[in-house]
Design a protein around this ligand. Structure first.
Ligand code: CAA
Length: 390
């Protein structure tokens, strides 16, 4: 059972502590027996279960005030709790939020009313279609084009590594509308999965499977009313959504690290080595100490970022980047140490730490690779330094 003392930290309100306990109890009782050989079916069932339990109200809230629409601390607590038990459940929870995030933050009342209730119930699965074959890290280089034609836009292009691709009921698609070159010429659209011209071109297999696809748009006509926000704001919309969800990716990594740590503590306490429990060996203790420090440091950065956003900060780009970078990189190292403590059993298929070792890898890539987070952090430090030097 993971250390819960962090819930006493001053970042949280009473409702966050209550949520964390309810989510933990729910995850312990409801998340057994997931069929990983049928991830599509498992994701649909998990979405329905999360919706029924009311947790998806956090992913796609019904709030009127934009500032209260996404409670980042609640999202982080949920993701940490779900990923501790079952990373696929965390994936489903996260995608309902990331996929509908542009609508939650920038959608019109009509757009939000039409789509978010189904997301909250877990009936409409959401996807965030940003990356392209030639623009993953470089969002400003997006080539998918949306050309105005009367009351419609016509989409042409291709998106790839799209989570929930193939099972999503709608995609939030970022496309070039050409108001300006680069970042200022993109717009965001909501596109139903059954729109003619939207094609699932390839399902992509992963080392830790979840639904993922390459999708194409071939003269795909969507109503002009499907635009989210105003023309040319697509880049800022994408970045604002990522500002919220990057901290929550850190929380997922944290949940996995906490699980690996608990598994390592169990193993070190129960495995006999050289006539005594492994936990008495100082080199094992050194590993356990490093793991404990990494976990608390990651948690502090994550909940600092989440608290800052929830407290009304206009931008938390730097804080979110730090949280994601640190938590995903240190979770990798925590999980690797847990595998080492397990020895050969740690690389045996079916062992919890073996699965975590595969699961953690993609978190250092998606929603902005570690190198991108470093670019964001360094740019801001340089900017602040220059500002204060004047
Ligand atoms: N919020 C609001 N506005 C922002 C912003 C933010 N967080 N970040 C940048 N902007 C604004 C800037 O202020 C600037 O506007 P002004 O010129 O008016 O000041 C404009 O947007 C352009 O910004 P940059 O000059 O910083 O843009 P850039 O081209 O240099 O790119 C980048 C910056 C950080 C590299 C960005 O492209 C980036 O974050 N890349 C990573 C992409 C990414 O995270 N992809 C994830 C894919 S989704 C995914 O993985 C999900 C999944 O499937 C699970």
């Amino acid at each position: 059972m993971a250390d819960r003392s962090f819930l006493d930290w001053p970042f949280f309100e009473p409702q966050h502590r209550a949520l964390a306990e309810r989510a933990r109890e729910w995850a312990e009782t409801e998340l057994g027996g997931i069929d990983h050989d049928d991830v599509d079916g498992a994701c649909r069932s998990l979405a329905a279960a999360l919706g029924e339990a009311g947790f998806l109200n956090l992913s796609a809230p019904d709030a009127k005030e934009i500032d209260s629409r996404l409670d980042v601390r609640a999202l982080c607590l949920m993701r940490e709790t779900l990923s501790y038990r079952e990373p696929l459940a965390d994936f489903v929870f996260a995608m309902q939020g990331l996929g509908s995030g542009a609508l939650s933050l920038f959608g019109s009342d009509a757009q939000r009313r039409a789509t978010l209730p189904g997301v909250r119930r877990g009936e409409r699965l959401a996807a965030f279609a940003l990356s392209e074959p030639r623009s993953g890290s470089d969002v400003a280089a997006i080539e998918t084009a949306a050309v105005r034609d009367g009351d419609h836009f016509v989409l042409n292009g291709e998106k790839t590594w799209i989570s929930n691709g193939g099972i999503a009921d709608f995609y939030v698609v970022f496309a070039r509308t050409g108001e300006a070159p680069g970042a200022k010429g993109l717009s965001a659209f909501i596109v139903d999965a059954d729109t003619p011209g939207l094609e699932i071109r390839e399902r992509i297999d992963l080392i830790a499977p979840h639904p993922l696809a390459r999708i194409g748009f071939a003269d795909c006509r969507i109503p002009a009313a499907a635009m989210i926000g105003v023309p040319g704001d697509g880049f800022k919309i994408a970045m604002s959504v990522l500002d919220v969800f990057r901290s929550t990716v850190g929380a997922t990594a944290l949940g996995m690290a906490r699980r690996a740590f608990d598994e390592a503590l169990d193993r070190a306490g129960s495995r006999q080595l050289f006539g005594a429990p492994m936990s008495e060996l100082q080199m094992v203790q050194a590993m356990l100490a490093d793991m404990a420090v990494d976990i608390d440091a990651a948690a502090l950065l994550i909940y600092r970022a989440a608290w800052t956003k929830d407290s009304g900060a206009a931008r938390v780009t730097r804080e979110a980047a730090m949280a994601k970078l640190n938590a995903t990189e240190t979770a990798r190292s925590v999980i690797d140490k847990a595998v080492q403590i397990y020895g050969a059993a740690g690389v045996t298929s079916g062992n919890v730490v073996e699965r975590l070792y595969r699961e953690i890898r993609s978190l250092r890539i998606y929603e902005g690779a570690s190198e991108i987070q470093k670019v964001v952090i360094a740019r801001q430090a340089l900017f602040e330094h220059k500002k204060h030097a004047l």
